[in-house]
Every structure is written in structure tokens, then in C-alpha cells.
Ligand binder design. Structure first.
Ligand code: EPU
Length: 407
């Protein structure tokens, strides 16, 4: 399985914590990684991307500013804040705005850094954090935010004393970052639990680290198999990372076989509708919500899909309606009445996961489905079209047509 985008991006930020050459392997070849490489270059690093390897040479004297022109293209750039303030004593990172899936707060990142002794202000669209030396603190997160847990973790590893992050996110990507930080010399306990304890060290060393597999890409294929009554095997990912998603596929009537690092999903008849609720890990991943909606759209019966993480996640529902899906939303709930078949139509991707979800839904649609704005999909799925072809899907990527209203 290709490496996880949401791990690799943060591993690149973690590299900032140690001067010298860090090498990351199994990194996905996607747009977001190229943008993160540019963020690191502007901070003074030399970064080379070859195939699935990112080679980062971090200088002793890092610059500490990340501009809006890059941050607006890659919200995850904010994860440079923690490492920069820990290493340089200051950081100026442009504040990312909301995006297609909703508004995105930063309060927990800011409060946590303040508790660690940083002075954090906002000016001219930047978050500015300064601290001669961060110190350990006890930090309670209001919500197990992935980004806040990562930022605070990466700040805490070089702080004076012990930091305790309570109600921490438990995502496998957090565990991956902790593993890398540990091999760099950090002292961390509780990775993968909701209480992470970090004992700060004076310095860290650069390492070589392999990124874990992408559970969201893997889950996308699991749902694609279930929706199309297909049979797909995914290798190189611990199926435990997808426990609830695979359980939902089974409840829908699919067969799931697993080994330590593979799973196979097959579906022989029309799936049954199953209710799904997104939650922080180990709950059902919000990033698989579009696939869950797709599955429900072609299942028997009605079901209720509830989104608890992002307020704009249902933006793509209107596009699903263009494919003939019968969906009504009310706040963070969607009621989906399944149809035997969807109907191919031109649709537009609104974000990475919605884009992939629309393509997968198109597999269950009569006639041709044309998905526009597929650059969103490129942000998270390397070789999406090639993978679909391997699975026997007649799919083509065509250049966007230039219309009379395009300048
Ligand atoms: N939140 C706050 N205040 C904060 C931090 C978060 O209110 O200080 C809110 C957010 O507004 C959001 C919720 O908490 O409503 C969850 O945010 P979280 O910090 O957990 O998410 P994130 O770090 O911004 C990462 C992934 C997302 C994934 C979420 C949830 C990366 C680069 N992004 O975002 O991935 O959906 O965790 O699992 O790791 C994607 O890959 O397509 C994607 C959107």
C-alpha cells in the first residue's frame, strides 16, 4: 500500500527538528507532498523527491516563516508551527483558512503552545509564536484533534521537562510520527492512546523512516469493491487500521478476509444499507464518508449517515444527486435511500475524498460519468486512474476542455 499522505506530510515537518539529512521512504507521489517539499525549501532545507523517497537536508540555521501562498494550497503546512518554535524559538506561519470540507479551528494548537510557555499572537494573517525555550505542561485537548496533537507533540519533544497531552488523537498516523520521533531520540510514551507523555530532550538526530500505509486509500478500494459487487485485495496495510470500515462492509453483506498485512473484500449481491457515524479514530474515518454515502446510494433500504468532524463534508451531496442518488441532508445527518443503479452524469470534485467518492460512485452508474476538477484527487491518490485500470475499470483521464468563458 502506498504511504499515508497524512503521515508523510507530518514526518516531513518532524524532520525540521534535527539538523542533517532525514530520509523518508514509502512517501506517496502526490501534489500535497510536492507543496510540503516547497514549504521546507523556503525554510532553508534542501529537499529532493525521487519516486517514493523524500530526502531532506535540514540546515542548522532554519528560517522560520511559511507564507500564505503555500499554506493556502496546503493546510497541513500549519504542522511546521510546533517544530519551528521548538527549534528556532520563533515561528511565523500563515493562518490557513477554512476549506471545502469546513471551517478549521486552530485554538487547540495555540492554547497548547501557550501552556508550553510560547507567546502566540495573530497578525496580518499569520500565527506568530515565540518562546526562548518551551517548557513541559499538561494539556487537555477539548477534542482529539489530529493536527493539534501532532503540533504539540513535535513542540514537546525539545521542550524542557515533561508534557502530557490528554484526550490526544489516536490515529495510526500519530503513532507513525511518534515512532519516527523516538528513533530520532525523543522520549515518548502512550502513542496510540489518548494520553501521550513526552519527556523533552536537548537535541534530536536525523533518521531514515518508512511511512505507514494509507488506510484511507485502502478503505476507498474496500468500498469500491463492495459497491460494485467486486473482489479487491489490498496488500501492505494492517487491516486493524480499518476495523470499523471493514466491519461496515461485512454488515452490508460483503466478505472480508484478512491477514496481518492484507485484506480482501468481495461482494456477491446488492449491498444492504448500513448506518454509519464518523468519529475520531478508532471510529469510522470522516475521510471515508463519501465512499460510505456511495455505498448507501446503491444499497437496499434506507440508512442514516452522520458526520461529526467537519461541517462541510456534505458539500458533495449535490454532485451525488446529479448521479441520481437519493439523499436528504439535515445538519450533520444524511438519509440515503438506495437505488439499484445510479445514472452517469458530469459532476465536479469538491475535495480529495469527494473526488474519489464520485469516481467510485460512477462505477455504479449507467453510462458515462465525467468528473471535473480531478486535481483534488491528485492531492491524495497517486496513480488513481492506473489503479482503477488494474481493477478492470474502463477509465480515461482527459485534459479539461477550455470553454468560451475561460480566460
Ligand atoms: N479543530 C478545532 N480547533 C483546533 C483543531 C481542530 O476546532 O485547534 C476542529 C476542526 O475545525 C475540525 C475538527 O476539529 O472540525 C477535526 O480537526 P483535526 O485537527 O482532527 O483535523 P486536521 O488535523 O485538520 C486531519 C487530516 C484530515 C482528516 C482529519 C480527521 C491531515 C493533513 N489532515 O486534519 O484529512 O480528515 O485529520 O481525521 O492530516 C484528507 O486527507 O482529505 C483530510 C481532510
Amino acid at each position: 500500500m502506498v504511504g499515508a499522505k497524512n503521515s508523510a506530510l507530518k514526518l516531513m515537518a518532524a524532520a525540521l527538528l534535527a539538523p542533517g539529512r532525514t530520509v523518508l521512504t514509502n512517501v506517496p507521489k502526490i501534489t500535497d507532498i510536492a507543496i510540503m517539499a516547497e514549504v521546507l525549501r523556503r525554510l532553508g532545507c534542501t529537499v529532493e523527491l525521487t519516486e517514493d523517497i523524500v530526502d531532506i537536508d535540514v540546515p542548522e540555521d532554519l528560517r522560520s516563516e511559511a507564507d500564505y501562498d503555500l499554506v493556502r494550497r496546503l493546510r497541513a503546512s500549519i504542522c511546521a508551527l510546533g517544530p519551528l518554535v521548538a527549534r528556532c524559538g520563533q515561528a511565523r506561519v500563515a493562518r490557513p483558512g477554512g476549506d471545502e470540507i469546513g471551517s478549521r479551528g486552530l485554538d487547540m494548537h495555540v492554547d497548547g503552545l501557550r501552556r508550553m510557555g510560547a507567546d502566540v499572537t495573530g497578525k496580518h494573517g499569520f500565527v506568530i509564536a515565540t518562546a526562548k525555550k518551551l517548557h513541559g505542561a499538561t494539556i487537555w485537548l477539548d477534542f482529539p484533534s489530529v493536527g493539534a496533537t501532532e503540533n504539540l507533540l513535535m513542540a514537546a519533544v525539545l521542550a524542557d521537562g515533561v508534557t502530557e497531552i490528554d484526550n490526544a488523537a489516536r490515529e495510526p498516523e500519530i503513532v507513525d510520527i511518534c515512532r519516527m520521533l523516538e528513533s530520532m531520540g525523543a522520549e515518548i510514551s502512550g502513542a496510540g492512546t489518548s494520553r501521550i507523555v513526552v519527556c523533552g530532550v536537548r537535541e534530536l538526530r536525523p533518521v531514515t523512516h518508512r511511512t505507514i500505509g494509507d488506510r484511507i486509500v485502502a478503505g476507498t478500494w474496500a468500498f469500491a469493491a463492495a459497491m460494485t459487487r467486486g473482489d479487491v485485495t489490498v496488500r501492505g496495510l494492517d487491516p486493524q487500521y480499518l476495523e470499523i470500515a471493514l466491519d461496515k462492509v461485512m454488515s452490508a453483506g460483503g466478505t472480508v478476509e484478512t491477514t496481518q498485512d492484507t485484506f480482501r473484500v468481495s461482494m456477491e449481491r446488492r449491498p444492504r444499507g448500513v448506518d454509519i457515524v464518523t468519529l475520531p479514530y478508532p471510529g469510522f474515518a470522516t475521510d471515508l464518508l463519501p465512499m460510505a454515502v456511495g455505498l448507501a446510494s446503491v444499497s437496499t433500504g434506507s440508512c442514516l449517515i452522520t458526520e461529526n468532524i467537519f461541517d462541510g463534508r456534505f458539500m458533495f451531496i449535490d454532485e451525488m444527486a446529479r448521479l441520481g442518488a437519493d439523499i436528504r441532508t439535515d445538519g450533520h445527518h444524511a438519509v440515503v435511500r438506495g437505488r439499484e443503479r445510479l445514472s452517469g452524469a458530469p459532476v465536479t470534485a469538491t475535495d480529495i475524498r469527494a473526488g474519489a467518492g464520485l469516481v467510485i460512485a460512477g462505477l455504479c452508474a449507467e453510462g458515462v460519468t465525467e468528473v471535473a476538477q480531478v486535481h483534488h484527487i491528485d492531492r491524495g491518490y497517486p496513480d488513481f486512474v492506473a489503479d482503477l485500470r488494474t481493477l478492470g475499470v474502463p477509465v480515461e483521464r482527459v485534459p479539461a476542455a477550455v470553454g468560451p468563458f475561460d480566460l
